[in-house]
Design a protein around this ligand. Structure first.
Ligand code: NAP
Length: 279
């Protein structure tokens, strides 16, 4: 897949939320690259960027990939760093921790909202201005947002020079957020789907288990293939090498079953409303 500025983005990424800093995270990233992932999703808030960087370096050292350019790294600006100056500091800290020369994609992790700010639109605009400058200075190859609703992006448009290239939102069977996905598409924004397994909540659903049996595969392979077929970049997380490979398996799903999966009611996941969260 390509972002609006022509940068290539691999159509599936490896999620690292809840993989704590340290050897486990370093190993997970190394194993993910070994399994075939070329796209790693982290964030300042995950506290594991240093381990992500070490995992990538180990993969280069062991010859799994040739160099840094063989992997696409995303990080995110946390909510406590939304002011103009703090945004640069947050970015610099991520750069230092990752220690990988550059970041491919940098996102605003969550939009500011009225729960915490009197003027959330202004706060988002200022944070976005900092990201635009990072992009224009060539410090990051692409910029975007996460958890933004169409109205947040419409507000950004009023002052933005560069529009977000990516919007990373919660997306999975039973929680397809059609309105945001359509809006992203119409605006040339690539949609990434986080928690593609509902942070595990989808895995023991009886209907999905039966469907997986029909395709002689697993619920996770069905859920992740479904998103990829919908043109969404899923970001599954696991620390098990076998599951990493399983999650990369692309299953052909019939149109009829795609339709059913599209329309399933909520099964599990987070379903946070970005306008209402208190963080
Ligand atoms: P997820 O990928 O939906 O699910 C992960 C859970 O499923 C883990 O408990 C994992 O357990 C299990 N699992 C994974 N593959 C499996 C398989 N093949 N068979 C059985 N169990 C399996 O969860 P997520 O971590 O919420 O989301 C993925 C990524 O999205 C995050 O890591 C992060 O990078 C991103 N994210 C972004 C935001 C945001 O605000 N932008 C928010 C949430 C997540 P094991 O590890 O034990 O295998």
């Amino acid at each position: 897949m390509r972002l609006r500025n022509g940068i290539e983005i691999p159509d599936i990424g490896f999620g690292t939320w809840n993989i704590p800093y340290g050897e486990d995270c370093e190993k997970a990233v190394f194993e993910a690259i070994k399994a075939g992932y070329r796209h790693i999703d982290t964030a300042g808030a995950y506290g594991n960027e240093r381990s992500v960087g070490l995992g990538v370096k180990a993969a280069i050292r062991e010859g799994l990939i040739k160099d840094r350019a063989d992997v696409f790294i995303t990080s995110k600006l946390w909510n406590t760093n939304r002011s103009y100056n703090k945004a640069f500091r947050g970015f610099d800290k991520s750069m230092r921790n990752l220690d990988l020369d550059y970041i491919d994609l940098y996102l605003i992790h969550w939009p500011a909202n009225k729960v915490r700010y009197k003027n959330p639109d202004e706060v988002n605009a200022v944070a976005w201005q900092a990201l635009e400058e990072l992009y224009e200075d060539g410090r990051v190859k692409a910029i975007g947002v996460s958890n933004f609703l169409p109205h947040h992006i419409e507000e950004l448009k009023k002052s933005a020079k560069v529009l977000p290239m990516v919007n990373q939102i919660e997306l999975h069977v039973g929680y397809m957020q059609e309105e945001i996905v359509d809006y992203n598409k119409k605006n040339g924004i690539i949609t990434e789907g986080y928690s593609p397994l509902g942070t595990g909540a989808l895995l023991d659903n009886a209907f999905l288990i039966e469907l997986a049996e029909k395709y002689q595969t697993t619920v996770s392979a069905i859920c992740i293939s479904f998103l990829r077929k919908r043109g969404i970049i899923p970001l599954p997380k696991t620390t098990s090498p076998d599951r990493m490979s399983e999650n990369l398996r692309l299953i052909r799903i019939d149109e009829e079953d795609m339709e059913i999966l599209n329309k399933l009611p909520f099964i599990g996941g987070h379903a946070h409303n970005p306008d209402e969260v208190d963080f």
